[in-house]
Design a protein around this ligand. Structure first.
Ligand code: CMC
Length: 432
């Protein structure tokens, strides 16, 4: 009879029984937490493609089937019926809020929208053309300077004030982002309004003027809600794994989230939404219909940005939802964007090309989100910042899982050393 509770590893004539750990949806892992202690060996998995770094109750993804669920709810249902703030509550606290809980959470966000007035002066010291992701990382970290009671750097102290810290982060990143945008353009700063909802308030701070209030079309606030909601969590991606890693050292929520911002910035991760538009613009400017670009990608000279995913091997469910919403937004606003035509042509060509089919490369969430944000009026260098705003609830939830764990353990992977063996120090005159 086969033993489904243990896997057996044979090494140098000895056998080791590894407990089998099975998740809610049947995912199977061999628990190797005592492997080194028992055998002296470790596992090797560069890029962590086969490593479960934690157990988590936040998000479930089944890449082969294109399934994504936050706290058990399918992304398609949340995209259709929920909005960003409600979904943020769900991701953070684990349940859809009652009417009362939702109102209380919204009030907390409203209360925490303004930033400390002295933080406004911080923007002045940065160059006008500073990348908004560099600014965001710095400002999120700076929250610990201005709200030290929420950043005690002790898990118990910081979890005691968790509700306020979570609302501070989620609400203030929106204010910080809009202020950075206004200052980068030499425009007067617009303060948040208590009467506006989360997305409308952000668009107000971005696009209102002291003499003219921005009238937010319903389709625009709906589109922004959707973009943020679709980004709210994505289990152990590069930035979330980074947040958990930093949190495991006992670091406060703001420091952990700032590290997430830095990890997200790279073009293979959140920076892909900006890279997609740059790619589409280049194709457009070169008068290419996309075929030359695809040929270069196949030769390994470049990558089709917004394509491919480590986990999704069939399709990215977020891309399906966002592709449809993108068409709808542009149609309703009456925007003709030649980049959308190029994107559609690229998608069609790539999906019927063996190179992409064999490697299971499909459009991911970043492929269409940039075109939507362009239509809303968000500048390209802010696209990844929008991803970060959307991802905050996920980072908050994961930070809490680490910080509130009964026995928090610092994350500390091992390595296989492949450098020089021990050698003698040579004085400089003998080094040739
Ligand atoms: N265009 C062309 N070829 C690609 C692409 C692409 N976008 N992505 C992967 N490949 C090829 C790659 O060259 C390799 O080919 P070969 O086997 O011949 O060497 C094969 O597919 C496997 O690639 P990989 O780099 O081992 O795949 P990965 O799982 O490590 O990378 C990825 C995943 C998302 C980093 C990668 O697909 C990529 O760079 N995509 C473009 C950037 C992008 O859109 N990133 C956003 C991801 S979704 C948002 C998020 O969660 O961050």
């Amino acid at each position: 009879m086969s033993d489904t509770t243990h896997a057996t590893l044979q090494l140098a004539g000895k056998q080791y029984a590894l407990p089998v750990f099975i998740g809610t949806e049947g995912e199977t892992a061999f628990d190797i937490t005592r492997l080194r202690e028992q055998s002296g060996a470790i596992t090797f998995d560069e890029g962590y493609g086969n490593t479960g770094s934690c157990a988590s109750t936040v998000t479930y993804i089944e890449g082969e089937k294109g399934i994504l669920r936050y706290r058990g709810y399918p992304i398609e249902q949340l995209a259709e019926y929920s909005h960003f703030v409600e979904t943020a509550y769900l991701v953070i606290y684990g349940e859809l809020p009652t009417r009362g809980q939702r109102a209380k959470f919204s009030d907390l966000l409203t209360e925490n929208a303004p930033i400390h007035e002295r933080m406004v002066y911080l923007f002045e010291s940065y160059p006008r053309d500073a990348h908004p992701m560099a600014l965001l990382g710095a400002m999120v970290n700076a929250l610990a300077c201005y709200y030290p009671h929420l950043a005690t750097n002790t898990h118990y102290g910081d979890t005691d004030n968790f509700d306020e810290a979570a609302a501070t982060l989620i609400s203030k990143v929106r204010t910080i982002t809009a202020m950075a945008y206004r200052m980068s353009r030499g425009l007067p700063v617009i303060y948040p309004k208590r009467s506006l909802k989360y997305c409308e308030n952000f668009l107000h701070m971005m696009f209102s003027d002291p003499y003219e209030h921005y009238q937010c079309p319903e389709v625009v606030s709906r589109a922004l809600n959707l973009i943020l909601l679709l980004h709210a969590d994505h289990e152990q991606n590069c930035s979330t794994a980074t947040v958990r890693m930093v949190a495991s050292s006992g670091a406060n929520l703001f420091a952990s989230a700032a590290s997430g911002v830095c990890a997200l910035w790279g073009p293979f991760h959140g920076g892909a939404n900006q890279a997609v538009i740059e790619m589409l613009q280049t194709i457009h400017d070169d008068g290419d219909d996309g075929s030359r670009f695809i040929a270069s990608a196949k030769q390994g000279k470049c990558r089709l940005m917004g394509f491919g995913h480590r986990i999704y091997r069939n399709y990215d469910p977020r891309a399906k939802i966002i592709g449809k919403a993108c068409e709808e937004l542009l149609r309703t606003l009456g925007v003709q964007d030649p980049l959308l035509d190029i994107a559609r042509r690229l998608e069609q060509a790539a999906l019927s090309d063996n190179y992409f089919v064999e490697r299971k490369l499909y459009p991911n969430v970043d492929f269409y989100s940039g075109i939507m944000m362009r239509a809303i009026g968000i500048p390209m260098n802010m696209f990844t910042v929008m991803f970060a705003i959307g991802r905050m609830p996920g980072w908050v939830a994961h930070w809490r899982e680490v910080a509130a764990a009964g026995r928090p353990r610092i994350y500390r992977p091992r390595q296989i050393y492949t450098g020089c063996s021990c050698r003698e120090y040579l004085p400089v005159e003998k080094r040739g």
